[in-house]
Design a protein around this ligand. Structure first.
Ligand code: ADP
Length: 293
């Protein structure tokens, strides 16, 4: 019995070894892959930006899609403007910000930031100019402080705490067992969705990028948390060009302009009040649908 036990554990170990070797092979293959989007040989650092965004006759479709999502799509967003993207799921809102962050290259036309084609800007510098607060932010298995300083690793503790305070995150961080040194993620403390979003907002405050993308959380936060997240986001948007992917129409009332997307096109735009009074309008229909649940 003893011997057969040893033999079977030997078998398991050999299997583990084989799996490890296979996975190592995968890692090597991935590390040798050439990234899909590459810097042009003469890519430049973008430098300080004002935050003007122009989509110029952009066409784009995902590989494997029958029809193009965007066809000759044009739009200008002024520096400092707050724009909310609304529309049914699958209408192309997320793709808009993915293209802006150059996670994909366009098939035709160009996207310009401050008059410069983003395809000619070094990607590292583009990412510094555009801060994203995702819907469901990912935290690393590091301390809270490291997670906030992710976009600016040289930031000192005072700067990190100031950013957290503006993000309405200082209170809950201070109450954690090790405060800012508390480890988070799978092997550390678990934070709620609202807490993770506020860490991501603190990250964006610290990164201080002129262009901000806020992807609203779809899952409902409790009323107090939602009010805190909203207040932090409003403060973060001041003085930056801000694009909000809005899932709840309640948060777009104060936007300078609402863009209603449908199948890769903007079918309506304007301020909340103006759109709401338009008879038979798309925004009005969406709004009434949400209001009635
Ligand atoms: P929204 O944010 O408005 O829900 P998306 O921009 O995510 O819309 O999606 C627009 C369209 O592109 C949808 O039809 C979606 O199925 C498709 N799409 C999104 N991401 C991908 C992808 N990575 N590969 C292929 N198709 C995609």
């Amino acid at each position: 019995l003893l011997v057969s036990g040893y033999v079977s554990s030997l078998g398991e170990n050999i299997q583990m070894l084989q799996r490890g070797v296979n996975e190592l092979g995968d890692v090597v293959a991935i590390s040798e892959q050439v990234p899909g989007v590459q810097d042009a040989p003469d890519a430049v650092a973008a430098g300080p930006v004002r935050g003007e965004i122009v989509f110029q006759d952009v066409s784009f479709g995902y590989a494997g899609q029958d029809a193009r999502l965007y066809d000759a799509f044009s739009l200008r967003i002024a520096p400092g403007e707050t724009v909310a993207l609304v529309g049914p799921s699958g209408s192309g809102k997320s793709t808009f910000v993915k293209l802006l962050g150059r996670f994909y290259d366009v098939d035709g036309g160009a996207i310009l930031i401050d008059g410069r084609d983003i395809a000619s800007i070094a990607q590292a510098s583009l990412r510094q100019g555009v801060a994203v607060v995702p819907q469901d932010p990912l935290l690393f298995h590091r301390s809270i402080a490291d997670n906030i300083a992710y976009g600016r690793p040289e930031a000192d503790r005072a700067a990190i705490e100031a950013a957290a305070a503006r993000a309405r995150a200082h209170g809950f961080i201070a109450s954690l067992p090790d405060g800012y040194d508390t480890l988070v993620g799978e092997r550390g403390v678990k934070l709620s969705g609202g807490e993770r979003q506020r860490v991501a907002i603190a990250r964006a405050f610290l990164a201080d990028a002129p262009i901000l993308v806020l992807d609203e959380a779809t899952s409902s936060l409790d009323t107090i948390t939602e009010a805190q997240v909203q207040a932090a986001m409003d403060e973060l948007a001041v003085g930056r060009t801000t694009i909000i992917i809005a899932h709840r129409l309640s948060s777009v009332r104060s936007a300078d302009r609402i863009l209603v997307f449908d199948r890769g096109r903007i079918v309506e735009e304007g301020r909340h009040d103006a759109l709401l009074t338009r008879p038979g309008g798309r925004y009005r229909a969406l709004y009434e649908l949400q209001a009635t649940g």
